[in-house]
Every structure is written in structure tokens, then in C-alpha cells.
Design a protein. Structure first.
Length: 436
């Protein structure tokens, strides 16, 4: 029981008889604590939140066999204190989803036969791991600050300064600053992702034990409304994918896999138990259905030139290429639909988009977009500028391939030439001796 108290950084006094405040908090840390994550203050005081967390841990410990309440000398005081605390909350508030552990502990303490823990080594080990996870989160000020900021003041774009480049990102992770600008709750985000992954692995192991699974979900208050952390991390992933000159398909695929394996099941479980509410009113749960990450931006064709110019001015070359690809892909689909409204004029527009894409270094995509319509252009614009532009895009892609092939062959050719020269130099003294 002392380990449970130490884990959550809480010192509770269990007197022999209940007083006005049987569960008295003796420490008041000055720094923000994990109990302040996603804390609105509308229904609970900070003291009540800590007490709820501690009682939830006790319920998990009893369910897993980690503690034997029947053999503990403090159980009578715990029964009196927990009962008084439940009465102070009232039956209506006890029905709140986050108080699931408190409700079950009160039922357990009122039933003497339920106090003896089952003999389940696997459940014991999983709770031990959960205790370690809780301790690690509470002991990590950077992770606590990241979660508090995410659920209180974070908005899309708040991390933009740290996501400009790998250099800015590394500085923010190391110092929580970019230049003179403070990046609140930034360096702890990677640790939060690790903790979420750890929690999901534990929930998977106890999915057949609802008494552990659901209470563990309710007790891990720091993880509630996980879709908020996912929205913030998605913004990181999209920015990172633009850092390389070529699209980082491998990195994008890894992030999509993480989202599906970690965020999707946890978000679904939290919504089932109504644990998906965040105090951050600035962000709506736009990813509840877990769509694909918006790696590219869809821009209306009429605004494409201005938007691409803005991205290039900001140094977001890869984002500009992606925006052009999305627009060209959408335009190709409309042309292929065969609708009367889309014809040769749209093909002209597609050639213009592809030409711009080739100027930005993606000649292969540009050629692939116009190749299916080359015959149409040659029939309609024989010898014209539009057909010539399409031919030039296709020729550029082919020549780039030949250039790359020659570049790949050049080192081998140079090595072979050096070998022939070295062999000739080694053979020359022998030839001279033979001549002499």
C-alpha cells in the first residue's frame, strides 16, 4: 500500500475513525502534477482527483492479487475513509465514468468475501507493469507538462516554430526553446507516445479481464481523450514528412502503423467508456473516426497557383509538390469520368499543373499525369504549344532516367579504367627487361 501511495506521489493519512476529511493530503507539490492533466475543476477538487486516483489503484491492486485487503491491518480505516469519501461525492457523481475504480472498490470493501484477491500471476505481473507505467509518467515533468498543455492551451500550429526543420526540432527537444521562443510542452511529447504505447500493450494483455481492463482505462486519467495527443502528433508527422527533398514514404508508413496499432484501439475503448472528453475547447475531436493522415493539402484549382507560391516562399518545397500532385490527381479523375463538363480544356490545365510539378523536381509524376492524354493533345493541338509541353515533360522523364543510368554506370567505368591503367603500369617494367 505504501508503494501505491509513493507511485502517485501522494501521502494519505488513514485514521482509525473517520473525521471530516479521512483521506487527508499531506503534500502539496509546487510544480504541476499528473492529477492536473485534463482537469476542469467543475466536478472535483484537486484533492478529490488525487483520492480518486489512489482508490482506483487500490481496486486494481486488489483485483490482480497485488494486495490482500483481508490481511492488511489498515483495511478497517480504509473502509471508513472510502465510505465517507463516497458519501461526500454523492451517488450521482459516483456514476461518472472516471470513478469506475472507486465504485468497484466500495462494493469490494462492503463485501468481505470479495476482499481476498484471486491467485492470478499474469494479472499480478500486469498490474506491476501498470504501476511502473504510472510511476514513470508521474516522475516525468516534461511528459506531465506536455499532457497538461495539450489538454488546456494547445492549438493547431502552436508547434510550428519547432517543426520548421530538423535543426529547429532538435533544439526544441533539447531546450524547450527555438531561439528565444518558449515551446511549451514540446520535449515531453515523445515520452507521452511511449507511455501510450505501453498502456495499450497492457490493455491488450488484460482484455479478457474486464475488471482490470476497464478500471485501468478509467484510472489512467493522464491518457484520457487520447485523440488530442494524436492530433498534435499528426501535425508533427506531416511536418517531418516534408523535411526531405523526396517524399518520406517509409516514415509515413511507420506513423500510420503506429496510429492504427496504438491510437485507434485506445481511442475506441475510451469512447466506449465515455473517457474521451478534453478540457481543451479549442480543438474538436475531428479524428474520432480515425481517417488517414492528411499528408497532402487539397486546394481548389482556382487557388492552386497562389497556394503553391505561398508554400515555396516559406521553403516548403515538398508540400508544394504534394499539393500539385493532389490537384492533378483530382483533375485526372474528373477527366477520366467522361463527364461533358470536362474535356480538352481540363487536359490543358493538367499539362500546366504537370509542368509546374516538373519545375519543382518531380518530372516522373509530371510525365505520368500527361502521358494518357498525349494522343488527345496531338490530335487537338497538332504542333501547338500544349502538345509540345506534354511531349517535353515525357522526354524530360526519359532523359532523366538515362542520365541516372549513366551516373550509376560511371563509377564502374572509372574503376575499370583505373584497373586497366594499373595493370599496364605493373607490366611495363617486365616489358622493358624483356626488350633489354
Amino acid at each position: 500500500m505504501t508503494r501505491l501511495l509513493d507511485c502517485v506521489k501522494l501521502a494519505l493519512e488513514l485514521p482509525g475513525a473517520p473525521g471530516p476529511n479521512p483521506l487527508a493530503i499531506r503534500d502539496q507539490p509546487a510544480a504541476p502534477s499528473a492529477w492536473e492533466i485534463n482537469f476542469t475543476g467543475l466536478f472535483e477538487t484537486p484533492e478529490q482527483v488525487r483520492t480518486i486516483g489512489f482508490l482506483g489503484l487500490v481496486e486494481l491492486a486488489a483485483s490482480s492479487g497485488y494486495v490482500d485487503l483481508a490481511a492488511w491491518e489498515g483495511t478497517p480505516a480504509l473502509i471508513a475513509a472510502a465510505g465517507s469519501f463516497g458519501e461526500s461525492l454523492g451517488s450521482a457523481r459516483l456514476d461518472e465514468p472516471r470513478l469506475l475504480g472507486v465504485r468497484r472498490l466500495l462494493a469490494r470493501l462492503n463485501d468481505p468475501h470479495a476482499a481476498r484477491p484471486p491467485l492470478d500471476q499474469r494479472a499480478y505481473a500486469n498490474f506491476e507493469s501498470y504501476l511502473g507505467l504510472t510511476r514513470s509518467v508521474f516522475d516525468d515533468p516534461a511528459a506531465v507538462e506536455a499532457l497538461i498543455f495539450t489538454h488546456s492551451q494547445w492549438k493547431p500550429g502552436a508547434d510550428a516554430a519547432a517543426l520548421l526543420s530538423p535543426r529547429h526540432f532538435a533544439e526544441a527537444l533539447a531546450t524547450d526553446h527555438v531561439g528565444a521562443v518558449r515551446m511549451r510542452g514540446f520535449s515531453g511529447v515523445p515520452r507521452c507516445l511511449e507511455a501510450i504505447e505501453w498502456l495499450v500493450s497492457l490493455l491488450e494483455r488484460v482484455r479478457d479481464r474486464t475488471d482490470l481492463h476497464d478500471v485501468m482505462l478509467a484510472n489512467a486519467r493522464w491518457s484520457h481523450a487520447v485523440w488530442m495527443l494524436r492530433e498534435r502528433a499528426d501535425e508533427w508527422a506531416v511536418a517531418m514528412s516534408e523535411w526531405s527533398a523526396a517524399r518520406d514514404f517509409e516514415g509515413e508508413a511507420r506513423w500510420v502503423e503506429f496510429r492504427k496499432r496504438v491510437f485507434r484501439p485506445l481511442d475506441a475503448a475510451q469512447r466506449t467508456l465515455a473517457l474521451d472528453r478534453s478540457e481543451n475547447v479549442s480543438v474538436s475531436p475531428g479524428l474520432e473516426d480515425d481517417p488517414q493522415v492528411a499528408w497532402s493539402i487539397e486546394v481548389p484549382p482556382a487557388s492552386i497557383d497562389a497556394r503553391v507560391a505561398e508554400m515555396l516562399a516559406a521553403g516548403r518545397d515538398e508540400a508544394a509538390r504534394r499539393t500539385l500532385r493532389v490537384c492533378a490527381r483530382r483533375l485526372s479523375a474528373r477527366i477520366d469520368s467522361g463527364a461533358p463538363a470536362y474535356g480538352i480544356t481540363e487536359v490543358e490545365r493538367l499539362v500546366a499543373l504537370a509542368s509546374r510539378l516538373a519545375e519543382l523536381g518531380d518530372a516522373d509524376s509530371a510525365a505520368a499525369f500527361v502521358a494518357p492524354y498525349l494522343s488527345m493533345l496531338q490530335r487537338s493541338y497538332a504542333g501547338g504549344a500544349v502538345a509540345a509541353a506534354a511531349l517535353q515533360l515525357i522526354a524530360q522523364s526519359r532523359r532523366d532516367e538515362l542520365t541516372q543510368a549513366h551516373a550509376a554506370d560511371a563509377p564502374a567505368e572509372r574503376r575499370r579504367a583505373r584497373t586497366i591503367t594499373r595493370q599496364a603500369e605493373e607490366a611495363e617494367p617486365v616489358s622493358r627487361r624483356e626488350a633489354t
